[in-house]
Design a protein around this ligand. Structure first.
Ligand code: GTP
Ligand code: SPV
Ligand code: MN
Length: 619
């Protein structure tokens, strides 16, 4: 077994000694059967796919439905991010703060080193060089993931710019990289047979923000194992961004063009499974407005020489929630997937070798294989057993099942998606999933008030993370599980960005809620493409053209200023979706108070002031 970072570029051998020694060190520790440097080629993709099909990890889909695409069923215990097993290992616990799990870095490394020892027995160790964002950026952000999962390698090919061209660019420029170490934690001893989805009951997703390194053990699922995504592009990058004066955020990026041809760029932070991918791929229902996609999950925002905030999407693909994504709600995502070259995880399989999930089509296929591999029939559920009266039919797809698709396949892709500098942001939206209290759209008075919106963002929990679903929790800037340092310092950083820059050039900040419900439980606002009406009001507010009413919580659309022409929603529902109820907001105050108390001494004074002002305005 040899691992070498010495490659031949033309006739000149180039060596990166940090990479070389790290790869050697990991191979010596994890003892894989083989080491493979991933080149990112089609041939490599095909070979890995064939290997995984033979192993039973992947099923090749019908080429006519989804060319070059595959289906994976995970272990039923490895289906989402594990927030309780995610650690920020800063030298001081005070730099991780009350919202992160902390462990001393040396202690974590000692514990995990013993887990990694021999953990790749019987497996291949893949070395995946990647770049988050364009390698042509002023400051290209490289990483190298070492993993013993070929599923991870295939996913990384979709989600990042990876392979030999990236390794060449990294070595040629002498740039540093973030080492990302991953093992599914399931060594195979001689004679032992593999399972389709190897993983471990012991899981650690560990971050070393000072050293800028990531160690992940025990899970093969997306956010736990595709280390360029949440681990690097949010947890590590947020710590880098604080040091360097920029923002690494859980945000989609959208380009909007008005009927007059005016262009607006919007970034929006909604918690996991709260509508980023859907808004990023929106088909506006209002005539004349065009929407184009730049990113659906992560935005890196830096100040340009012009004093404006410019955003890039560091990713190269979508890892989107499948259920609820359908031809009626998100046809652009469906079209992107139809082009193939995709991985589907924990969805259901049709009898014709295609994939299906709740909401994909309005009529359910007559028969499916569900995400646990059981025969599934509509109206009955798994194994064709009639449900007991009142019993809920188990869905065929896991609620956090995902599609993984190259961004280039998006029919609405904005041409700037690959621009190293990105696009200048006009508006930032914060939003969550709240069945009450929070109105359809509110504009902040200024940047600090907008930071208060973000700091107090709340949402009902979803299946994107393990744990109870539907519980309201504070999720600052939709970053609760992704801030790589102390939440109080993070909020102060946001405020400082506002103090350091010209208010007039900063994005305007809004708070949206597509998820308010009627007494019968139904959504008051139709959402999806109809959200373009809210985007139009936001664009008109930026230009000072739309009217607003001042309320204790901020500015809301004045009567007649939200374009509802042709909208099939009754006036009562519309009023209920947009209402600011002082009673509900007074009940919200102690919850915000409790959250601020939890942040502790590092809570920025300006946010206390914002809360006092809100309380006074509510009377
Ligand atoms: P992550 O990938 O986990 O970060 O999620 P996301 O924020 O990208 O969420 P996504 O767009 O995938 O939406 C998650 C779920 O919310 C899906 O089931 C959607 O159907 C649903 N959803 C999205 N937008 C709307 C909306 O405007 N109204 C309603 N009612 N549901 C929506
Ligand atoms: C999220 O949970 O916010 C996701 C999916 O985007 S994961 O890759 O698991 O983080
Ligand atoms: Mn996300």
């Amino acid at each position: 077994m040899t691992a070498t970072a010495t490659r031949t570029v033309g006739t000149t051998p180039i060596t990166n000694s940090k990479l070389q020694s790290w790869v050697d060190e990991v191979a010596a520790l994890t003892e894989p059967d083989a080491v493979r440097w991933c080149d990112g080629s089609e041939a490599e993709w095909n070979e890995l796919a064939d290997t995984l099909v033979r192993a039973g990890t992947l099923v090749r889909l019908n080429d006519r439905a989804k060319p070059n695409s595959f289906y994976a069923r995970t272990d039923p215990e490895d289906v989402a991010r594990v927030e309780d097993r995610t650690f920020i290992c800063s030298a001081s616990p005070d730099d991780a703060g009350p919202t992160n799990n902390w462990m001393d870095p040396a202690e974590m490394k000692a514990t995990m080193t013993e887990l990694f020892r021999g953990s790749m027995h019987g497996r291949t160790m893949y070395v995946v060089p990647f770049c988050m964002g364009s390698p042509d950026a002023a400051q290209p952000m490289y990483g190298v993931e070492i993993t013993d999962s070929a599923y991870v390698v295939m996913s990384m090919k979709i989600m990042t710019r990876m392979g030999t061209p990236i390794l060449d660019a990294m070595i040629d420029s002498g740039a540093d990289f973030v080492p990302c170490l991953h093992s599914v934690g399931a060594p195979l001893e001689p004679g032992e047979t593999d399972v389709p989805w190897p993983c471990s009951d012991t899981k650690y997703i560990s971050h070393f923000p000072e050293e800028r390194a990531i160690w992940s053990y025990g899970s093969g699922y997306g956010g736990n194992s595709l280390l360029g995504k949440k681990c690097y592009a949010l947890r590590i990058a947020s710590a880098v961004a604080r040091d360097e004066g920029w923002l690494a955020e859980h945000m989609l990026i959208l380009k909007l063009t008005s009927p007059e041809g005016r262009i607006y760029h919007v970034a929006a932070a909604f918690p996991s499974a709260c509508g980023k991918t859907n808004l990023a791929l929106i088909n506006p229902t209002i005539p004349g407005w065009k929407a184009e996609t730049l990113g659906d999950d992560i935005a890196w925002m830096r100040f340009g020489a012009d004093g404006r905030l410019w955003a890039v999407n560091p990713e190269y693909g979508f890892f989107g929630v499948a259920p609820g994504t359908g031809w009626d709600t998100n046809p652009n995502a469906m079209r992107a997937m139809e082009k193939g070259n995709s991985l589907f995880t924990n969805v259901a399989l049709t009898d014709h070798g295609d994939v299906w999930w709740e909401g994909a089509t309005t009529t359910k296929p007559g028969h499916l294989t569900d995400w646990k591999g059981r025969s599934w029939t509509p109206g009955k559920g798994p194994d064709g057993v009639d449900p007991q009266p009142g019993q809920r039919i188990e869905p065929a797809a896991h609620p956090n099942s995902r599609f993984c698709t190259p961004i280039k396949q998006t029919p609405t892709l904005a041409p700037e998606y690959n621009s190293p500098n990105g696009v200048p942001i006009d508006a930032i939206l914060f939003g969550g999933r709240r069945k009450d209290t929070v109105p359809l759209v509110t504009q902040s008075r200024d940047w600090a008030h907008g930071v208060f919106f973000g700091a107090t963002l709340s949402s009902e929990t979803t299946a994107a993370a393990t744990g109870k679903v539907g519980v309201v929790r504070r999720d600052p800037m939709a970053m609760l599980p992704f801030i790589g340092y102390h939440v109080g310092d993070y909020l102060e950083h946001w405020l400082q960005v506002g103090r350091d820059h010209d208010q007039a050039k900063l994005p305007r900040i809004f708070y949206v809620n597509w998820f308010r419900r009627a007494d019968d439980g139904g959504f008051l606002w139709p959402g999806f493409g109809e959200n373009s009406r809210v985007l139009k009001w936001i664009a008109e507010r930026i230009d000072g053209r739309a009217d607003a009413d001042e309320t204790p919580i901020g500015s809301v659309p004045a009567a007649g200023s939200l374009d509802v022409s042709g909208l099939s929603v009754g006036p009562e529902d519309l009023a209920a979706a947009s209402a600011v109820d002082p009673e509900e907001w007074r009940a919200e105050l102690p919850l915000i108070e409790e959250w601020f108390d939890r942040i502790g001494d590092k809570l920025p004074a300006d946010l206390r002031t914002e809360l006092d002002n809100l309380r006074n305005r509510l009377g």
